[in-house]
Design a protein. Structure first.
Length: 343
């Protein structure tokens, strides 16, 4: 029947537009599918690929503590560690599911006592490149401004602790007094020592001098002697070995105490298990080993909260004896620290 009709020219004339309509419908449907596909492709959210602001808050009695991240960097554990075998390094990292190069945190700690804003260490500034130098941005994200900082305490004057006090040749903290142990200042600011130190430390001397220069010029770089009390509830505790005047700070309020220990630990996976493992940057490896053991024992015995410059951000936790070494117990995350207080 159809065949007969299609042979009829009149029927074919009628059928042609209908075929065109069908064709157009298919084409429209195909375009629709294509449009939907393109829409779907565009609807997928682009990846963000950046981390959240690097700050973490806790209370220490009535003192507010804010851990601030300066950045993380590729830490060449295999070439920097000394007094530990490569096999032990690989073994320790494997236990903690880490592989080379390990991302090493650079942490600083901001203390608001209610009457003073005190920053312990300042990150690397521009001295470590793009990875780091984020302290000022994270300090602002944490609700503070650099000009509010009254006092900067340096654990030591290596680049990743002192670099952040300088911003384009000026004081990054324009109203702050900057303090470090006199032993530390005298060592790094004496050009004679640069000539006798290992060549790889040369740039550290230049960096230290340049970083503190704006504060020295205005009389606001003020070294202290011994285990001085530097603010109510804040005192220095000599912790030499990593550098000649390396200093920890003990912060006490209410019934709580925090030990901000600087570079007592560079790589938690390795040096907590074996406190005798050192780094090539240690001024005196033997003294650094003794100091590490003393600080770990003190923090464990007194149940101090530790603020660690190079343990994974926020670098806040406790240490507990474990075999011949220690283990790290990170502070439990608290979304509302002001309500719950210190632990
Ligand atoms: Zn350091």
């Amino acid at each position: 029947m159809d065949t007969i009709e299609l042979h009829d020219p009149a029927v074919r004339r009628l059928a042609r537009p209908r075929a065109l309509v069908t064709c157009a419908a298919y084409l429209a449907r195909a375009l629709c599918f294509l449009f939907m596909f393109v829409q779907c492709a565009h609807a997928a959210a682009p990846q963000v690929r950046t981390q959240g602001p690097g700050f973490y808050r806790m209370m220490l009695g009535s003192y507010e503590i804010t851990a601030i991240l300066d950045g993380t960097h590729d830490f060449p554990v295999d070439t920097v560690m000394t007094n530990v075998t490569r096999a032990q390094i690989d073994h320790d990292l494997a236990i903690d599911d880490l592989s080379l190069p390990v991302q090493g945190s650079i942490n600083a700690f901001l203390i608001n006592t209610g009457s003073q804003l005190i920053l312990i260490d300042t990150g690397a500034g521009v001295l470590y490149g793009d990875c780091c130098g984020r302290l000022l941005a994270n300090l602002r994200a944490a609700g503070y401004r650099p000009e509010q900082v009254d006092l900067v305490l340096l654990t030591h004057m290596h680049k990743d602790h002192v670099g952040g006090i300088n911003l384009d040749g000026k004081a990054a903290f324009p109203n702050a007094i900057v303090r470090a142990s006199r032993l530390e200042a005298d060592y790094w600011l004496d050009a004679h020592n640069k000539n006798t130190a290992p060549p790889f430390l040369s740039s550290f001397f230049d960096a230290a001098a340049q970083s503190v220069a704006p504060y020295v010029a205005t009389g606001r770089f003020q070294p202290f002697d011994g285990d001085a009390v530097l603010a109510p509830g804040v005192r220095a505790l000599a912790a030499p070995g990593h550098t000649p005047g390396h200093t920890a700070y003990v912060v006490h309020n209410g019934s709580q105490t925090m030990l901000v220990w600087g570079d007592i630990i560079h790589v938690a996976s390795i040096q907590l298990r074996d406190p005798d493992a050192t780094v090539e940057y240690d001024s005196n490896a033997y003294v650094a080993q003794q100091t590490r053991r003393d600080m770990l024992a003190l923090a464990a015995r007194q149940h101090y909260v530790v603020g660690a410059a190079h343990i994974a951000f926020p670098g806040l936790g406790h240490v507990s004896p474990d075999g011949n070494g220690y283990r790290w117990i990170p502070l439990n995350y608290d979304a509302d620290p002001a309500k719950h207080g210190a632990r």
